[in-house]
Write a protein that binds this ligand. Structure first.
Ligand SMILES: NC(=O)c1ccc[n+]([C@@H]2O[C@H](COP(=O)([O-])OP(=O)(O)OC[C@H]3O[C@@H](n4cnc5c(N)ncnc54)[C@H](OP(=O)(O)O)[C@@H]3O)[C@@H](O)[C@H]2O)c1
Length: 264
């Protein structure tokens, strides 16, 4: 199976690298910038200067250009993608907008996050009415190579953007703050950062692998009259839980505004 990726920037490159690891998948990238094409070629990725060349013989076309460039990219390929599954990763670009450019297009809207670069992204998958179950399975198998996938309805995508799209930044901040706590207590910053980042990684892995909810896991490490309950009390007093909830709420509202500016 051949997958053509239109746009070989940060996301396009991460997608190309991950998809190339799937057996039986051939990847071609269309990228306008020569510098980026060279960078991709150096990593063994087949590249083309134009989308029309890259999609020749492709079964799936991934739209990985900036949201403002989606219309031009699709207009250019309009006549050649009618028999292909088209998957957009463009943030804020609605299925309705994609279908206004190619009404007969078989579109799937996805929302990966920056952790695609280390193949630890969670990607949401939202099929349009024209795609088959097989198309959805295909999209899942492609994006599972970046980490994991979940199906969501389109009405939830702004909230997804506020949670998993912007979420890595919240966790970077939490890691940084934890490391500074270590520094306050005398640990050199590089060691404190190593400790804090493994804490975040390990805690996330425990939630994912054990399938237990975080409050159950938290109770397991909270010894009566021990150290952890002292730390947790300070976090609750500072309103950290409410701050995370409000962060997701505010980012989701902003995602809604941006999406409406972009694609009505
Ligand atoms: N980066 C992330 O973490 C992330 C997360 C979720 C979703 N996304 C989505 O992924 C998409 C790409 O984001 P990005 O960060 O990878 O952007 P990017 O680094 O700007 O990459 C897009 C690339 O596509 C090129 N391009 C534009 N039109 C083209 C065309 N018609 N044919 C071939 N190449 C074309 C651009 O060239 P020029 O710069 O010369 O125009 C640029 O090199 C966006 O829609 C974004 O919303 C990104």
């Amino acid at each position: 199976m051949k997958v053509a990726i239109i746009g070989g920037g940060t996301m396009g490159e991460a997608l190309a690298k991950a998809f190339s690891t799937i057996e039986g998948v051939e990847v071609a990238v269309a990228e306008v910038s020569l510098e980026r094409r060279v960078r991709l070629q150096e990593q063994g990725i087949e590249t083309y200067a134009s989308g029309k060349e890259a999609i020749r013989g492709a079964d799936v076309v991934i739209i990985a250009v900036k949201p403002r460039d989606v219309k031009a990219a699709l207009d250019d390929l309009k006549e050649l993608v009618k028999d292909k599954l088209i998957i957009s990763v463009a943030a804020g670009v609605k299925i309705r907008y994609l279908e206004s450019i190619i009404p007969e297009g078989r579109f799937i809207r996805t929302m990966p996050n920056i952790a695609a670069a280390v193949r630890a992204a969670i990607t949401t998958i939202t099929p349009s009415g024209k795609v088959s179950e097989e198309d959805v399975k295909l999209a899942q198998s492609l994006f599972n190579s970046l980490g994991s996938t979940i199906l969501v309805e389109e009405a939830l995508i702004d909230a997804v953007t506020g949670l998993s799209g912007s979420g890595p930044a919240y966790i970077f901040l939490a890691i940084e703050a934890l490391a500074e706590g270590g520094v306050k207590m005398g640990i050199p910053f590089d060691k404190a950062l190593q400790l804090a980042s493994w804490v975040a990684f390990g805690a996330a892995k425990m939630v994912i692998d054990s399938k237990q909810d975080p409050s159950t896991l938290r109770r397991k490490v909270t010894t009566p009259a021990g150290t952890t309950i002292e730390g947790l009390l300070k976090l609750e007093e500072a309103g950290v839980r409410a701050a995370f909830i409000k962060a997701v709420e505010a980012a989701s509202k902003r995602a809604y505004e941006i999406s409406n500016e972009l694609s009505g």
